[in-house]
Design a protein around this ligand. Sequence first.
Ligand code: MG
Length: 446
Amino acid sequence: MTTLNRRMFVNSAACCAVGAVANAAQHRDRNLKIRDVRAIITQPTTALTVVKVETSEPGLYGLGCATFAYQSTAVAAAVNDYLRPFLIGKNPGDIEDIWQSCYQSGYWRNGPVLNNAISGIDQALWDIKGKVAGMPVYELFGGKARDAVPVYVVPGGRSLNEMEDRIRELMEQKFYYFKITRPDNRDPYRGPNIVTRRVPGIDPSQGILETEAGEIFEPKQHFQRVIETFEHLRGTIGSNVELLHDVHERMPPIEGIGFAKDVEQYKPFFIEDLFAPEDIDYFRIVREQTSTPMAMGELFNNPHEWNPLIKDRLIDFIRVHISQIGGLTPARKLAALCEAFNVRTAWHGPGDTSPVGHAANLALDFNVWNLGVQEAGPMWKPDDRLREVFPGMPEVRDGYVWPSKTPGLGVELDEKAAEKYPFRGITKAANKWGNLRRADGTIVRP
Ligand code: MG
């Protein structure tokens, strides 16, 4: 591809980088070095952490997602205080070597803080390599295996009929995959007023109750309502949509097995996080009793967690959060392992992944053969503040995300705009996962 043709593909947001890109491409053997590494925390919506890796070539840099929204400053310290001095002077093209050396750098490994820090660097290096090559990252991985990436969205709705209506509207907009939640109350893991103190004497029979202190969650009643929701939607809308549900590891395992059997008749696309990572041996038991497809891995950090489930064909979808496992380099290998066992990918794509991280998810979504579906998260109806801070962020159109031709990951960070939305510190929202309780005051898993 000539420089002229390449210029025709890039969008205006990337124009100023093109000169540097072409220059670097001409001089790729010129001993490119990492000049600086910096973690940037911004909070246009939730707290998002992005790592910027600058090179010895003026204007040539990469961005990577290192968002661990609930311990942001710990990740920033891992990047700025520990990995930065370790990386300066290295060749940014040596991605595999840098990943392996960062992984060993703290001796203890596989934790979410170091994994996110490595991810920020790793994704930034893939971004740089794409810019040097003048190609989107999915081209570096081997090119597109599909024309567009299908996404799932959350229709919401406060009653069964309202949810049904919203799904019908979204079907007209060409959406096909829907994550359903209990409709007659707030989604328990998204509600803003999760209880923060013990409230004795609450009647658990309604599953979720509004109290002075917030919400109380009771699993048995809650998941019965989820089954009724599946029943309603299959009975009214029929089978021409995919429905999925996230259990969020919120049932005792034996009740989870019963739920998986009960929901099988409604043909879910997948049931996610039926068990906690601490209970993954239960996947062997549930597999013998039902063909309900299983998605797992959002909370995984460690190959010891996913390897047994994949090799023994105990799950159908891998759901890992790519920054939590250390970035694109390990995620590519994980996707290849999954392909060998016909496990499909469904990378975690929530609001607490930066747009750079969503672009990294998509780099694999376009390339791997064994894609299942992509969580749309903020790529569907993005907040204007996100668009302002992250020009070029991927967005959903007609139920899909379409490929960008911009070299690298294709997303910019407007640092001036990011400064308008500074990190707000430890908020109630950031502490919510440690404060969700049952009616008697017992902490439940998120
Ligand atoms: Mg989930």
